[in-house]
Design a protein around this ligand. Structure first.
Ligand code: ZN
Length: 189
């Protein structure tokens, strides 16, 4: 098989060289209101890979990227912080039979870190792709949360653009007495 990043022959989804160089995660932090958002990659560096999202390869690519970034992050986090933490993904309208965000959150399931699947669902399925901040503000996702209350969570999404989605998600969770510690995203645009 071939490396899905550089297309050279490789036994793994991404070859060793890509894993160690091009796809080496480098954490950046953004502050959106009172929410700290950590991202592992710059969008433009892995754009080709992210664009596989709605293709048959997307499943393999997203999972491999999550293993490369979310997995080591949670292992480190749990090592330093022994409390129970829950993981909540910003769920999307599932078009291709599976949720991309759940490919990310499943890599965060480790020891005291527990994933709540499909507990935060958008009831407004408006498409934000290519839309500006104004449009996003006027068309909120209207999330519905059906998970546990009185817990601490790490919020997860695949890409952060303006941050309005994550902010809205945080507000809805807080209304349900959920404390959002911070957010994690694969890529920052
Ligand atoms: Zn490669």
């Amino acid at each position: 098989m071939r490396c899905l990043s550089c297309h050279k022959l490789s036994w793994q989804t991404f070859c060793k060289l890509c894993q160690n160089k091009l796809l080496k995660p480098s954490i950046s932090k953004r502050k959106i209101g009172s929410l700290e958002v950590y991202s592992f990659f710059k969008y433009q560096n892995i754009e080709d890979l992210l664009l596989t999202k709605h293709t048959p390869q997307g499943y393999i690519v997203y999972r491999a990227l999550a293993k490369q970034s979310f997995r080591p992050f949670i292992k480190n986090f749990i090592k330093e912080d022994s409390r129970v933490v829950y993981i909540v993904g910003v769920d999307e309208n599932v078009k291709s039979g599976y949720s991309h965000v759940s490919l990310l959150t499943e890599q965060l399931s480790y020891k005291n870190s527990k994933v709540l699947y499909s507990k935060l669902m958008a009831t407004n399925l408006v498409n934000y792709a290519g839309k500006d901040l104004q449009f996003r503000l006027e068309n909120p996702r209207d999330f519905q949360y059906t998970g546990l209350e009185d817990i601490e969570v790490i919020l997860v999404d695949d890409i952060i653009t303006t941050g309005t989605t994550l902010q809205e998600a945080k507000r809805v969770l807080e209304k349900n007495r959920v404390k959002v510690l911070f957010a994690l995203t694969l890529a920052n645009t």
